[in-house]
Design a protein around this ligand. Structure first.
Ligand code: SF4
Length: 332
């Protein structure tokens, strides 16, 4: 049974204007997303900046209230709970933020930063010495020396600060971690260390991950399955094994062709995306990608393509991807 089952999740932010603060429109950040994650699974969510992926992650962990839809986590419905009612579930559902420095209180020692979630969820060892040992062990699990316990966040490098962010997330033994661009602010060599740490946590504790990134290469490296998001909607979902062969949606292919080849002298044919992502305030009609898609037809401007299965493990939302996964471009 799935650990997380999200169905038709919508998140809109009202835009208020004028003296009476009337609602003048909405930012359509997440538009009917459905996904599921098994225990211990690493699901990657990829897309350009502003596509709604961070909003989706924060809505799933209920930092924001959903506008509509269902969030079944560990067989419980979370979508309708108040912030107070969410409290018992927070230990099982944690988040790691992109900015390791901004997400840590600079005035608190590492001891206090890690003590807080443990005490909040009634998981702290009794007695100061036992609690210091518990926090020291947690730091060591995350690749930091136990002796770092009395230091402040500014005394650490970016990679070490992200390890502290990971330690804070795993302190409560969660079943699912939403990792929101956890390595984007880090050097490539440090990225690999953090990804290895997350991998070890999955292996040791069977933690599942919703791994959010704009970097398809990182998602491919880390995740079991990939979902591609564009303007608040999922446009493709598939296992990450054969990324280059299996990608079908024109947007996924464009993201792929933007990845620099490992050999800098290798010639690659690029399918560059033109223009910016349209505003989520005024979503395009029909297929939300039609304003940038090189294959867009009149049908694409009118009809919203549904996410349809092209195999047991892959779904694509494009009018011209056939049931067998082949692509027949429209006559222009
Ligand atoms: Fe492009 Fe049309 Fe397919 Fe959308 S439905 S991705 S616009 S070809």
């Amino acid at each position: 049974m799935a650990l997380l089952e999200v169905t038709d999740l919508v998140k809109k932010f009202p835009i208020r204007k004028g003296f009476f603060n009337r609602v003048a429109g909405h930012v359509h950040a997440v538009n009917g997303v459905s996904l599921s994650i098994e225990p211990g699974e690493k699901l990657g969510l990829v897309g350009e900046s502003g596509c709604g992926k961070s909003t989706l992650g924060k809505t799933i962990v209920r930092l924001w209230d959903p506008t509509s839809g269902s969030i079944q986590f560990d067989d419980k419905e979370l979508a309708d709970l108040t912030m107070g009612e969410m409290k018992p579930h927070r230990s099982d559902l944690q988040i790691i933020f992109q900015d390791p420095y901004g997400s840590l209180n600079p005035k608190m020692t590492i001891y206090d930063i890690l003590r807080e979630p443990l005490e909040l969820h009634g998981l702290a060892a009794k007695g100061r010495d036992a609690l210091r040992k518990q926090i020291g062990d947690l730091l060591e699990t995350c690749g930091l020396p136990a002796g770092a316990i009395d230091k402040y966040p500014h005394e650490f490098s970016g990679g070490q600060r992200q390890r502290i962010g990971v330690a804070r997330a795993v302190a409560t033994n969660p079943k699912l971690i939403v990792a929101d661009e956890p390595v984007s602010a880090l050097d490539v060599s440090v990225q690999a260390q953090i990804l290895n740490l997350l991998d070890d946590l999955r292996d040791d504790k069977n933690v599942a991950f919703l791994f959010i990134s704009h970097d398809l290469k990182v998602v491919h490296h880390f995740c079991d399955r990939i979902m591609v998001m564009y303007l608040g909607s999922i446009v493709e979902s598939f296992p990450s094994d054969n990324l280059y062969e299996d990608a079908k949606h024109p947007y996924t292919k464009a993201l792929l062709s933007a990845i620099p080849p490992d050999d800098p002298f290798q010639k690659v044919e690029r399918q560059l995306l033109e223009g910016d992502v349209p505003s989520p305030i005024n979503l395009p009609s029909g297929c939300c990608f039609h304003t940038r898609c090189p294959f867009a037809s009149e049908e694409c401007k009118k009809e919203v393509p549904q996410l349809k299965a092209v195999s047991d493990v892959q779904q694509v939302a494009c009018h011209f991807v056939n049931e067998d996964g082949s692509f027949t471009p429209p006559e222009q």
